[in-house]
Design a protein around this ligand. Structure first.
Ligand SMILES: [Ca+2]
Length: 124
């Protein structure tokens, strides 16, 4: 069905892995998909995790992570303060956060209804 996952990375401290879902969905539909099939849209807690996610993403466009809205709440209600914004972002162009899959792979706020691939966490 056009869904394929890249090799996943197990985190050292908790039993979660990252799953890249290359099936474009809106942020809300992506959240629903992750909760149904995995655990959550991914939260990024530090640079190490950000680097791990980077390794999973092929060249392309953008993919959703679990961060959303102006006050920036994580989908799983975790409290990570880690941010990896592009220097000229966020610019108020949307309320959901994507990770760019090109060059810098920094973060950008974009409209939540745009259909994009996304990252789930899968925890056991
Ligand atoms: Ca933006």
């Amino acid at each position: 069905m056009g869904i394929y996952t890249t090799p996943t990375v197990f985190l050292s401290d908790i039993s979660c892995k990252y799953v890249f879902v290359n099936e474009p969905k809106s942020w809300r539909d992506a959240q629903t998909y992750c909760r149904l099939h995995h655990t959550e849209l991914v939260s990024v807690r530090n640079e190490e995790e950000n680097l791990q996610i980077r390794q999973l993403i092929p060249a392309g466009h953008f993919a959703y992570i679990g961060l959303f809205k102006d006050e920036y709440i994580w989908s799983d209600n975790s409290t990570s303060a880690f941010r990896n914004w592009d220097p000229d972002q966020p610019d108020g162009s949307g309320e959901c956060v994507v990770q760019q899959l090109r060059d810098s792979r920094l973060w950008d706020d974009q409209t939540c209804s745009a259909q994009k691939p996304f990252f789930c966490s899968a925890c056991v």
